[in-house]
Design a protein around this ligand. Structure first.
Ligand code: ZN
Ligand code: ZN
Length: 277
């Protein structure tokens, strides 16, 4: 007997409700798939031509903050070899260029991987995931991030991945954390452990997009706490988020992890907002 027979006739199940009860793989077979950008039929979320046109690999970027580097990058910075979990690993900053801003005022995080620039039309996909609950976009974001990671063979993989946590109120409103939706398939494809509750947001902050650039550092100061310190000490922690704009949220979270003994913190963000000069 199916669930449908238990429901009174006055409460018919809508097609979306029926589909929601099916495994995602089955839903994909039932629904004609169209590219989220051009609308043409395709097997995935975004068709290969749109992927090539709108999500090409980024150009030379700062290894630490993922901002584009000028045509002539500054001299490469050499940092000491880091020790993670008793095993010496080559610090990625020893072989990758770092921008002048990060050299002058190093952020709390050690490296950033960004898959694409936050620009049209991909910005619309980010909004569709976050505010339109178009969750199948998240694995596609994770695929682009995995490709960006593979393009940096000098970069050490983290020991553990965790999403930037949402505040409890925002999580209830939205029903999901878009960063976790990206982190889950990314962790699986990289073979890295995922710990969704490594950190928690202790204060409900105003969305960073809702405050001025000058207010962003203060808006997230003290907003996070380490929820599982034993998994942080001596570890290389990877932070996952959908978009990195000023970087203050990721820097605050990285500083929190460093206070609890994290050996290294690397950001993994789908999209990076280009700086405004
Ligand atoms: Zn397309
Ligand atoms: Zn930088």
């Amino acid at each position: 007997m199916t669930d449908r027979l238990h429901l009174p006739p006055s409460l018919p199940i809508s097609l979306p409700m029926r589909l929601r009860r099916l495994p995602m793989a089955v839903v994909r077979r039932l629904l004609p798939s169209t590219c989220a950008l051009c609308g043409d039929g395709c097997d995935g979320v975004v068709c290969p031509p749109c992927c090539a046109q709108f999500a090409p690999p980024r150009g030379p970027c700062c290894a630490r903050c993922a901002n584009p580097l000028p045509v002539s990058p500054p001299p490469r910075k050499r940092e000491p070899v880091a020790s993670v979990q008793g095993q010496d690993v080559e610090n990625s900053l020893a072989t990758e260029p770092v921008c002048g801003s990060c050299l002058a005022d190093p952020p709390a995080f050690d490296a950033t991987v960004a898959a694409v620039d936050y620009a049209a039309p991909l910005d619309q996909l980010v909004l569709q995931l976050k505010f339109g609950a178009r969750l199948p976009l998240a694995p596609w974001f994770a695929e682009r991030l995995r490709d960006a990671v593979l393009a940096r063979p000098a970069m050490a993989l983290p020991d553990v991945l965790c999403p930037v946590p949402l505040g409890r109120r925002r999580l209830v409103e939205r029903g999901f954390n878009q960063a976790l939706e990206i982190a889950r398939p990314l962790a699986a494809s990289l073979g890295v452990a995922l710990h969704p509750k490594l950190a928690e947001r202790t204060t409900e902050t105003t969305a960073q997009s809702g405050v001025t650039p000058a207010e962003r550092a203060g808006n997230v100061r003290g907003a996070f706490a380490a929820a599982d310190p034993d998994r942080i000490a001596g570890r290389h922690v990877g932070l996952v988020d959908d978009v990195m704009t000023s970087g203050h949220t990721l820097a605050e979270l990285a500083a929190t992890f460093k206070r609890f003994g994290a050996a290294r913190v690397t950001n993994f963000v789908f999209a990076r907002t280009p700086p405004h000069f």
